[in-house]
Every structure is written in C-alpha cells, then in structure tokens.
Design a protein around this ligand. Structure first.
Ligand code: ADP
Ligand code: MG
Length: 338
C-alpha cells in the first residue's frame, strides 16, 4: 500500500525551476531514498514534505491526508532532520533534548525514558552532558537525529544526514535507521552517496535538475541495465568527434547497448555488454578495422551510478564536481578538443 503519494509536484525560486512535475509513491514502513547531485532539488522536495515550504503546483498525501490543506496534521506524523545543523552552543545535548521534549508536551516519565533510550541507541553517553558547542559534526548530527525522534514519528524525513561525517557516526546512524524501519517507521532519506542508498533503501528515486530520472528498487534499476558495465578509452584524452565515431562502431556490435560518451572523463565510452558473449575479441577487431586501439578497458557489475550515467551522460560524482565548481566542463572540453 502506498502511504505517501506525490503528484505532479513543482516548485520554483523566482526563475530557478527546482522541481518539475515530480511523481513519487512511498510505501508504509519502507526506507525511501532520494538520490541526486547537488542542486538536483533534494532539499526542496524534503522541505516541502516537512511542510516548511509550500509547492507551487501538485498534490501530496500522507495516508490520504492532504499536506497542503492540513499541514498541522502532517506535522504530528513527521520527524525532520535538516541538512544544516543548528544547535544551541550553551546547552548540553541532554538539556537540548529535554527542552525539545517539552515542546512536544511529553510527560516527565516518558520524556526521561525516551531520552535515555535514544542516548543508548545513538551511543551518546560519553559526551551528552557536554555543551553542544564542543561537539564534532557527527555528535551534533546524532543529537539532531535524537531530537527528531523524541515523539516517535510515523515518518522520519532526513536531508543528507551523513554528509561529511566520521565513519563511526555514519555507521551508528545507519544501524539506527535500519532498526527504526524494522519497528515499522517510514523513512525518507536524501543522499548523494550511492553506497548509502544502495545499502539502506528499499526504493529510490533518482532526481536530476528537478526531474525524476528513474525510480524503483535499487537492484531492479541496476538489473534493468541488463549486463556488465564497460568503460573504454581509445586514447587517454579523446575528442568528442573521435568518441562519437567510436560510439557508432560500438552501437553496431550485437550484444553492446546503451553506449554513452562520458563527457566528464576525457570522452570515454560507457556501455552495457551482454554477459556470456565474447564481445572483447569482436570489439578489438571492429576497432582495429577503423584504425582505433584500446587505451584502457574496464568491466564491472552495474551500480546506481550507471543508472544515472545512462540517463545523463555523466557519473553522479562528476556531476557533483561540476556543480561545486571543482571542475570546469567547458574548459575541459575545449582542451580535449585540441
Ligand atoms: P539539493 O538539495 O539537491 O542540492 P536544492 O533543492 O537545495 O538541491 O536546490 C535545487 C535548486 O534550487 C538549485 O538550483 C538551487 O540553487 C535552487 N535553490 C534552492 N533554494 C533556493 C532559494 N532559497 N532561493 C533560490 N534558489 C534556490
Ligand atoms: Mg540539499
């Protein structure tokens, strides 16, 4: 049964279209992943679900309750953990949780019991009585998560909860999310980490530039690609023109499909090779016939990144680097055209 239905959801910030007619269904008691690079629209979607901003168009229902019309009812159902953490520096973690619990009007006994159990589950005893101002990112995030869970929400919504965290904190958060799911909580989690979504999510939606690229169970999405993923270069840095020629050659070989030119990786070629056929020999012959050589070739099981690559012509990691300005696509393509 679908517990949450999102229909034709759109949202713009002035001229930036952050979400463009998004449709998503989320079943009760599942962990639903929202995967996409920086700027894809993840936080916008999450903030709308947390009733913090309202959509321009579309409908959202939680258990048939209309989110736009009845945000108060939705707020009682949800716990929200934001992407940016802002904790009071003067209070200790325990005081902060105590204060939050009072906002939820919890009675004294259940409040103390709940706080103790969260301290144990998130392994916070050693430092929970220190001031929040002295905490590491991982500690802050754990307190933040505990605060979102005080009232035992039916739906927990988290925006990139493990970004930049130490491995210990990340593992503790992952374990807690898995145990909350076992207890029947519905969890919505955004991430740009493929391994996180692959490990935790029952279902995932991949979004890019405000649009849904694909959605489903992570293994189904990978299996849909139907074979091994191969990355090929005919030279260390090819030109776009050259790679297009190679693409034409590859596309004609039986058993090779979904050939894309990876603009971010020196115009390497990525494709799916059907298993059980000796395609490598055939490939060498066909390339040699057109005077191309193999500079490098690697073969692996498909990952969620391949699902992203097939749809966008870039890997998620490269999309991140361009978004954050660490690489300049225009400059690089000019260089490799030379
Ligand atoms: P993500 O969380 O996936 O990184 P966001 O939802 O934060 O993506 O952003 C989606 C797009 O909307 C980006 O282009 C971003 O720059 C833009 N955006 C987000 N918040 C605002 C805002 N408050 N005002 C203007 N533009 C915004
Ligand atoms: Mg974000």
């Amino acid at each position: 049964m679908n517990y949450i239905e999102i229909k034709d959801l759109s949202k713009s910030y002035f001229d930036v279209k952050a979400l463009k007619k998004i449709n998503i269904s989320i079943s009760e008691g599942s962990l639903f992943g929202i995967l996409g690079p920086n700027g894809a629209g993840k936080s916008t979607l999450i903030k709308i679900l947390a009733t913090l901003i309202s959509p321009d168009e579309g409908h959202i229902y939680f258990d048939n309750i209309d989110l736009v019309k009845k945000p108060r009812e939705i707020r009682e159902l949800i716990g929200y953990v934001a992407q940016e953490i802002s904790l009071d520096k003067i209070l200790t973690g325990r005081e902060l949780l105590d204060f939050q619990a009072d906002l939820y009007h919890m009675d004294k006994f259940s409040k103390l019991e709940r706080i103790e159990s969260l301290i144990a589950e998130l392994e916070m005893h050693d430092w929970v009585d220190r001031k929040c101002g002295t905490y590491s990112g991982g500690m802050k995030r754990r307190i933040d998560l505990a605060a979102g869970l005080l009232h035992i929400p039916k739906v927990l919504i988290l925006d990139e909860p493990t970004v930049g965290l130490d491995i210990e904190s990340r593992n503790i958060i992952w374990e807690l999310l898995e145990s909350l799911k076992k207890d029947g909580m519905t969890i919505i989690l955004s991430s740009h980490y493929l391994d996180e979504i692959d490990k935790l999510a029952d279902n995932v939606v991949i979004i890019n530039d405000g649009k849904v690229i694909d959605q489903g169970n992570p293994s189904q999405l990978k299996n849909k690609l139907g074979g091994d993923r191969v990355s090929l270069k005919v030279r260390e840095f090819s030109t776009l023109e050259e790679s297009k020629k190679v693409k034409d050659i590859l596309s004609k070989i039986d058993g090779i499909s979904q050939v894309v030119v990876n603009s971010a990786q020196g115009y390497s070629l990525n494709f799916i090779a059907e298993q059980g056929k000796d395609l490598l020999t055939k490939l060498k012959v066909e390339l040699a016939f057109s005077k191309f050589q193999i500079f490098s070739l690697s073969q692996s099981q498909p990952s969620l990144d391949d699902v992203y690559l097939q749809a966008t012509g870039k890997t998620l990691q490269d999309a991140e680097l361009f978004m954050t300005g660490k690489r300049d696509l225009k400059k690089e393509s000019k260089q490799s055209m030379r």
